[in-house]
Design a protein. Structure first.
Length: 300
């Protein structure tokens, strides 16, 4: 049936006042595949994962601080002609920045199929201690607390897309958390900063996975590869031992695996034994309580 003249006029008016196509370009097409968020995807492993996920047809939310590098990843995805992408900037050295980022993603994407908490930094023991905008040790803030906020604030979107997944990119370079000096204020403490932030990710994963599984969200942590050739590794002055492609393939194999063990820490693609602290119920409870107190998130 042909539309009547008044309806044709209404359609024309709506077309004229509709947002410009450029404002719609970042929206996933209605028939697109999964919507995925990869934090820290302007560089290194995250960038490689963003490209691989888009190649599978996903709409990828590319994240980082560097807008030029973020836009370059979006452009590369557009040029490849598979999937789609948008860049959203946020500095994870600010808790408010992470909360605002999470809320913006949730408002724009009520369904999220995959969250990869990948953004990370490494500060060697030889470098001076650094703190976030909130006064927290910087690696604990960027590598761990940001992911804590994202899993909680994006939980409704992940549940809406169930079965969905959270992949926390941790490391075998782990160190027990000293709950009496999490912020590395004691002399000589700085050498364990990276390791404790990574162990916090693994411990959080083990602790939260059962509750998330009840919502149809499978949460795992993993070690991607050892000393990949990335900016992080080059900056700490250690010779790379593996390629970014090796790490990407390890992570993609788990993202694509038909089944995963919720709460597991995957090394070489298989669940590995957890550090004693990571599976200790009292340490888990202490980390969860600390994370709620520091972020104001996760107490519901
Ligand atoms: N490289 C390895 O061998 C290795 C081994 C085990 C685990 N990992 C883990 O793998 C993940 C990726 O590491 P990578 O080697 O690929 O590092 P990378 O190449 O240095 O990339 C780090 C990413 O994190 C983002 N980022 C850094 N600081 C940020 C901040 N304050 N706020 C928001 N985003 C920030 C960076 O984006 P901007 O600069 O645009 O902000 C970049 O996209 C990390 O979690 C790391 O711990 C790496």
């Amino acid at each position: 049936m042909r539309p009547t003249a008044p309806i044709r006029l209404l359609v024309l008016v709506l077309a004229l006042v509709a947002p410009l196509p450029v404002a719609l370009a970042a929206e996933p097409p209605a028939d697109a595949g999964r919507t995925v968020l990869v934090t820290g995807s302007t560089d290194g492993l995250g960038r490689a994962l963003a490209l691989a996920l888009a190649a599978q047809g996903a709409h990828v939310i590319v994240h980082g601080r560097n807008a030029a590098r973020g836009q370059a990843v979006v452009d590369e995805i557009a040029a490849a002609g598979q999937g789609s992408a948008e860049f959203v900037a946020a500095d994870f050295a600010s808790l408010q920045g992470v909360r605002d980022f999470a809320d913006a993603i949730a408002a724009r994407h009520p369904r999220l199929d995959l969250l990869v908490n990948n953004a990370g930094i490494a500060i060697t023991g030889a470098q001076p201690r650094r703190t976030s905008e909130d006064g927290h040790e910087l690696q604990f803030a960027v590598n761990y607390l940001a992911g804590w906020i994202l899993v909680h604030r994006l939980r409704p979107a992940l549940a809406a897309a169930a079965p969905s997944r959270v992949v926390n990119v941790a490391s075998i370079s782990a160190h027990d958390i000293d709950f009496d000096d999490v912020m590395l204020e004691q002399p000589g403490a700085s050498a364990r900063g990276y390791g404790q932030s990574k162990q916090a990710q693994v411990t959080m994963t083990a602790a939260l996975a059962p509750a998330f599984a009840a919502d149809g969200i499978t949460m795992i942590s993993l070690h991607p590869a050892t000393l990949m050739d990335t900016t992080m590794v080059r900056d700490i002055g250690v010779p790379p031992r593996t390629t970014v492609a090796e790490g990407r393939d390890t992570v993609m194999a788990l993202i694509d695996a038909p089944t995963l063990v919720p709460g597991a820490f995957y090394v070489d693609g298989k669940p590995a034994p957890l550090a004693a602290q990571s599976e200790d119920a009292r340490a888990q409870a202490r980390l969860l309580a600390l994370s709620r107190t520091l972020t104001g998130v996760g107490g519901d």
